[in-house]
Every structure is written in C-alpha cells, then in structure tokens.
Design a protein around this ligand. Structure first.
Ligand code: SF4
Length: 332
C-alpha cells in the first residue's frame, strides 16, 4: 500500500466536516482557501458562512462595493486579501465569462491566486491531478522521508510539487484535503500525534524519533548535547552488549550498557551492582564524543574487566552483532 492510499483511507473516516467541503464549487474553494490563509478552520466557518450568504457567486463578489466587502472581511484581518479576492472575481467575470478556468496553470494567472490555491481549486472543483503544497504538506513530507531540504526554498517546494504530482491518483481533491486535515489534526508542528497517525508505518521521522527536526526552515540549528556514562565491560575478547529499542536513535542496533549523565564514582559502583556485573580489578575512565546529525553524545566511558557470567538483559558480544561507531570508539 502507498502512503497516499493510507492517507485517503484515514480521510474517509476522519475528515473534518466543513461548510465548503463537498460543494465542488470553485468559488467556494477560492473564498475558503483565501480565508484559511490567515485563520484556523474553526474560526473561519462563521466568516465564510456570512460571506457566502451575502455574496454567493463570483458575479456578486465582482460587483460588490468595497466598503461592504471590507465589512464582511472585518475580523479576519489582512484586508489586501479581500481586495485581491474581488480582483480575482472581476478577472473571472471579465476574462473568462464568469466561469473559473479549470486548470492550475490557468488559475495561477488570476490576481491573488498562488500555486497552492490554484492546486486546491483545480483538484477539488475540477478533479485535476494538481498538488496543493502548503506548510502542512511540506511538514508531513519532510517528516515522512526525513528530508532535510529547506522548505522556505522555492526549489524545495517545487521538488515536492513534482514528487506529489505523480502520486495524486484518482482522488486528487480528496488527497489534498487529506493532507490539510492530517497537518491540522495529527501531524502538528510542535506535538505530532504519531500514535494515531495513518502514516506512522511509512514515516522515517517517527521510526527514528526525529519528528522535531523536520521540517528544516533554514534556521541555524544547534545540536542537542547529551551526557552519558557508558560501561565497557570486557571479559577476554568479548564485552557486554544489548539490543537498543526498536524506535529512536540507532534503533535495533546494539549498545554497551549505559546510563544518562556523567556518574560519579559512587554512582558508577551502584550502577555496576545494579547491572549485576562483578568487576575484576579497578576500572578506568576515559572520555569519548560522538556527533550525530542532531545530537552530540559526550560519553564518560568506564572500562573494566569482569567475570564472564550471565548478566540479565545483556549478552556477550560474538562479533556478529551490529555495534554503532559511537560505542566502538568507547572500546578503542
Ligand atoms: S508519524 Fe508522526 S511525524 Fe510522521 S507523519 Fe504521522 S504524525 Fe507526522
């Protein structure tokens, strides 16, 4: 199954009920999308309903006097958008005989209509396989593919538009609206609700616990600094390891026993007892650092020899287990 199929299945069950949905009318899509550029959907509903009751067609908007228009827009702010909306309506009436052009390429020529709004109208009202790439889509796609491209760069936006163009399928309007809903309800900027996300099985950021790192907005990012104490417990040629959790950094690989923070000597002794390790002789401490894409580990490494006994939850390295470089350097 493609991620777009999973998204559409989720949309069929969870889509928001909104007054401009299911109308299939280009004018309704235009008005709603322009209003949604500045305000959340729930807040837009009363403005949209009042606007459509007063100006139900593109002709009525084109002929509306400016004061009445601005009064209807009152509370939404960004009045230039209302003026552009009227200019757009006038262009539709004067240049297209009152009927909206049916393709994104033509729609984007209208005043105040950008590529996103053009894609939304063309796909929702006319069924064109045109993506509507906005911040929601960019966030979801960057997380899905762990793509580090700067989403404020037009070339990256164009790249995603091209990527999605070939995946629009038979329900392009629904797919665009599904992205809108997923971005508004689930894949939230600060706190993505991955457990309830239909795309979690496809999502690289979810698999690696890196949701907070995407999308890249071009801000200079500082890497997270983490301290940990790593135990390099040797017995002959082998050392103690265990498998890391299935999710998050280095998921599924192996690791040396470790604890968060730099422990002092008493805490190290207590941790070894807790692990069930019986040291043979004194231990030594060295320091190692490992730099990942988004985090730096500052490792205090406790090196010691121990009896080759069974340690619950751990195994002795046989040479076959994949051990990441961060831990290999603790052994060198
Ligand atoms: S799994 Fe999480 S990060 Fe990935 S698309 Fe879903 S909500 Fe967004």
């Amino acid at each position: 199954m493609e991620f777009t199929d999973a998204l559409l299945q989720w949309y069929d069950r969870h889509k928001r009920t909104l007054p401009w949905r299911g109308v299939g009318d280009a004018y309704a899509v235009l008005v709603s999308e322009i209003m949604l550029q500045q305000t959340r959907a729930a807040a837009v509903i009363p403005y949209y309903s009042r606007f459509m009751a007063e100006l139900p067609t593109v002709d009525t908007l084109a002929a509306c006097d400016e004061e009445r228009l601005l009064k209807l827009w009152e509370g939404l702010g960004y009045y230039s958008r209302a003026r552009n909306l009227k200019k757009c309506a006038q262009a539709v009436v004067s240049e297209h005989g009152g009927a909206f052009p049916r393709t994104a390429a033509e729609l984007v020529q209208l005043p105040g209509v950008g590529p996103y709004t053009a894609g939304a109208i063309a796909s929702i009202a006319f069924g064109e396989r045109a993506p509507a790439v906005d911040g929601n889509v960019l966030r979801v796609m960057a997380r899905l593919l762990e793509d580090d491209g700067n989403v404020t760069d037009q070339r990256i936006r164009d790249r995603w538009t091209g990527y999605l163009q070939s995946r629009m399928g038979d329900r392009p309007g629904d797919l665009n609206q599904a992205f809108m809903d997923l971005g508004s309800l689930v894949c939230l900027p600060k706190s993505p609700q991955c457990d309830g996300c239909p795309l979690s099985g496809f999502c690289g950021a979810f698999a690696h616990g890196t949701q907070g790192d995407y999308p890249n907005r071009g801000e200079k990012r500082t890497k997270r600094q983490e301290e940990l104490t790593v135990f390099a417990v040797r017995s002959g040629d082998s050392f103690l390891i265990r498998r890391r959790p299935p999710k998050g950094l280095l998921s599924g690989l192996y690791e040396l026993p470790n604890r968060p923070g730099h422990l002092n000597r008493e805490e190290i002794g207590a941790a070894l007892t807790e692990l069930g390790v019986r040291p043979l002789g004194a231990w030594e401490i060295v320091h190692r650092q490992h730099i990942f894409t988004h985090v730096v580990w500052h490792m205090q490494v406790v090196r010691l020899n121990a009896e080759r006994a069974e340690v619950p939850g751990f195994a002795w390295y046989t040479g076959a287990e994949p051990l990441p470089e961060a831990f290999l350097k603790c052994l060198k």
